[in-house]
Ligand binder design. Structure first.
Ligand SMILES: C[S@@+](CC[C@H](N)C(=O)[O-])C[C@H]1O[C@@H](n2cnc3c(N)ncnc32)[C@H](O)[C@@H]1O
Length: 275
């Protein structure tokens, strides 16, 4: 175990470069499948909820940390923010740049790590990170880096899988009619340090599941208390939490999303660097 600058213990066996290699292997399939519309959690309620919680960003300079193929970065840019976006995967950055060339929004994409941001102190009005901080070994360092590059008074808003419901042990409890009624969770206090999850977007058609390999994603889960304490120990003021869920209309169109109306799959956190 290595103590880091925040006094937290880094228990992970993998560093950010090794994790980045996994993501680069995932990037082609992830880009193709998400652009075909199969990341329905992101598109149907996670990103809409994130955007609804976002303060006005028009005219502000923003950094998207762990931008992937850039879908969410393009949304932030379309809200009027001037965006720089960073990812550790060259394949993701290449795909994002190609889309920027095709449909320019003035976004600058940079290859780099959230643990060592290649930007000066106090460079940005805001930072965003959608579904990337739980994929990073030592997220406490990513928080310190986001804090450093934010201007005083700037904010960081990020989303992660919900620490209370995305647990190592989880299974559904059914009612007498066979409908899902509750989620049983366990292993909550097990803070994973790089366990590899294998999965693919659930609604991907079988012919594409046969064509693409499953994603292999290293997982670095922490408890809710650890996340909040890391944010506070970094010097941020926690400002707002969000727990997005799909509307009933969305669930009628995408029945597999109904689970997300029973428990919260994602957690959104906004925190501010004191002015
Ligand atoms: C679940 S994907 C989310 C992508 C995108 N933000 C979205 O919401 O569609 C996680 C992203 O984090 C990136 N990532 C993982 N570790 C990173 C690191 N140390 N620095 C920067 N990006 C990283 C991965 O390459 C991947 O693009």
């Amino acid at each position: 175990m290595l103590p880091n600058s925040c006094g937290w213990d880094i228990i992970n066996c993998m560093d950010d470069r090794e994790v980045g290699k996994y993501w680069d292997e995932n990037a082609r399939a992830w880009t193709d499948l998400s652009r075909l519309g199969y990341d329905i959690c992101r598109d149907q309620f996670n990103t809409p909820g994130f955007v609804a919680m976002l303060p006005e960003v028009k005219g502000l300079e923003g950094l998207d940390i762990g931008c992937g193929e850039g879908s969410n970065t393009r949304i932030f840019a379309s809200l009027g923010a001037s965006m720089i976006a960073l990812d550790i995967s060259p394949t993701f950055i290449g795909a994002a740049k190609a889309m920027e060339q095709e449909k320019p929004l003035g976004i600058k994409y940079v290859l780099g790590s959230a643990l060592d941001l290649p930007f000066e102190d106090s460079s940005f009005d805001f930072c965003v990170a959608t579904m990337s901080f739980m994929d990073i070994p030592g997220p406490e360092k990513a928080l310190v880096e986001a804090f450093r590059v934010l201007k005083p008074g700037g904010f960081l808003q990020f989303s992660i899988t919900h620490p209370c419901f995305d647990t190592p042990v989880r299974f559904w409890v059914f009612d007498e009619d066979g409908n899902k009624k509750a989620l049983a969770v366990g292993g909550y206090f097990d803070e994973l340090g790089g366990d590899i999850l294998e999965w693919i977007f659930a609604v991907t058609p079988q012919e594409l599941k046969d064509k693409y390999p499953k994603f292999k994603t290293p997982c670095f889960r922490k408890t809710l208390g650890s996340w909040i304490n890391m944010i506070v120990d970094t010097g941020f003021i926690v400002e707002r939490l969000g727990e997005p869920r799909p509307t009933e209309e969305v669930c009628e169109k995408y029945p597999s999303l109904a689970d997300a109306r029973l428990v919260s799959l994602f957690l959104h956190i906004r925190a501010r660097k004191p002015g």
